[in-house]
Write a protein that binds this ligand. Structure first.
Ligand SMILES: NC(=O)c1ccc[n+]([C@@H]2O[C@H](COP(=O)([O-])OP(=O)(O)OC[C@H]3O[C@@H](n4cnc5c(N)ncnc54)[C@H](OP(=O)(O)O)[C@@H]3O)[C@@H](O)[C@H]2O)c1
Length: 330
């Protein structure tokens, strides 16, 4: 078959910095090589880790060549298969991950980084599932969270926290989530006990825990160690924001073993989502072209669930924005 070069739109940057360094560029893609496929991306997630990398705050990315690409989560449709690909065919709906480069319309990717998208999982959810979901799953597995636990999760309404609290609840734990008051109803609907962060948080947690707190995940990264000590969380069952960073960095490495591990976690997440073990709330779905605005809204630190980019939104009128959700609240 004759390969017609695909013109991929991708967001790239030539120097580290704030979201405005991202530039829209069009590049022809070469055909997929052995065990690779060409994916048309429909949705792609926006993560704090992508922003830390773009700002130059992550040493592991220092040696990357320029220009640099952006984005690590995606869902889309396989359009073309390279030699040796048997697991997918043109038209297969997939969820995938990549070290960088997901903020694009098309991507050439190894099949080792893809899993089939379950029909019942929406495109919006699928495209934001990898980094937040695999971080949540890995952290809970390391802590061996189960029915004997009372766990506290900070930033429980955010991208990673909202998955952690739901999975911990699914595995039988009593779950307390810290958030602002506007998120109390959201967490209550998930069966999570909401506690307001800020001064007096230890007493408020003790008031609702009805016994010892056996594990604490600090996503937000403020006063976590002190709160864990005041709650007498057992050593080894506290996860700091820095621990979370390490989990995320490992999930983004592109050596074959790291990719295999990341894909195994993605497969488990897809199954858990299909079973209804968690529901990922999308509070912002932006056209890919509005990537700068999407990052600016993420940086406000008050998004509920995930923010995603879509390559083919039906119309910008129907696109939800985290900014509007946040500013509509009292
Ligand atoms: N250490 C690292 O390398 C690293 C890596 C990734 C992420 N992080 C941090 O982890 C946090 C959560 O990540 P995410 O991906 O879930 O982000 P996200 O989706 O942007 O989550 C934001 C959530 O943080 C909550 N929040 C705001 N101020 C808070 C406070 N003072 N205490 C507790 N929660 C607060 C917000 O709740 P309300 O709207 O209810 O206030 C919101 O639901 C972010 O702050 C991010 O910077 C750190």
């Amino acid at each position: 078959m004759v390969f017609t070069p695909v013109q991929a739109v991708a967001f790239e940057y030539d120097s580290c910095g704030e979201p405005a360094v991202l530039e829209r560029r069009t590049r022809p893609l070469s055909p997929p090589g052995p065990h690779e496929v060409l994916v048309e991306i429909l949705t792609t997630g926006v993560n704090h880790m992508d922003a830390l990398i773009r700002r130059g705050d992550e040493r592991e990315w220092d040696a990357d060549a320029w220009p640099r690409a952006s984005g690590s989560d995606f869902a889309g449709i396989v359009r073309l298969c390279g030699p040796g690909v048997t697991a997918f065919r043109p038209g297969s709906a997939v969820i995938g991950h990549v070290r960088t480069g997901a903020h694009a319309t098309h991507l050439i990717v190894s099949v080792s980084a893809l899993v089939p998208k379950p029909k019942s999982v929406s495109w919006e959810v699928a495209g934001g599932m990898y980094l937040a979901g695999a971080t949540a799953l890995t952290t809970l597995e390391e802590l061996r969270i189960g029915r004997d636990d009372t766990i506290v999760v900070s930033a429980a309404a955010g991208g990673v926290g909202s998955i952690e609290v739901q999975l911990a609840k699914h595995w039988g734990a009593r779950v307390i989530g810290t958030c602002g008051e506007r998120n109390f109803d959201y967490l209550r609907q998930l069966g999570i006990i909401p506690v307001r962060y800020g001064e007096g948080i230890v007493e408020r947690i003790q008031h609702v825990s009805h016994g010892p707190v056996t594990a604490f995940i600090d996503n937000f990264g403020k006063d976590g160690q002190g709160i864990a000590e005041a709650l007498a969380v057992p050593p080894g069952r506290y996860r700091s924001s820095a621990d979370r960073r390490d989990v995320e960095a490992a999930l983004l490495r592109d050596d074959p073993e790291s990719v295999r591990r990341g894909t195994a976690q993605l497969q488990r997440l897809a199954q858990l989502a299909e079973q209804g073990a968690f529901r990922l709330l999308v509070s912002g779905l932006y056209p890919l072209e509005d990537i700068v605005e999407a990052y600016e809204d993420l940086d406000r630190m008050h998004s509920r669930g995930k923010i995603l980019l879509a390559t083919n939104p039906v119309s910008t009128f129907r696109v939800t924005r985290a900014r509007d959700v946040h500013e509509a609240m009292p």
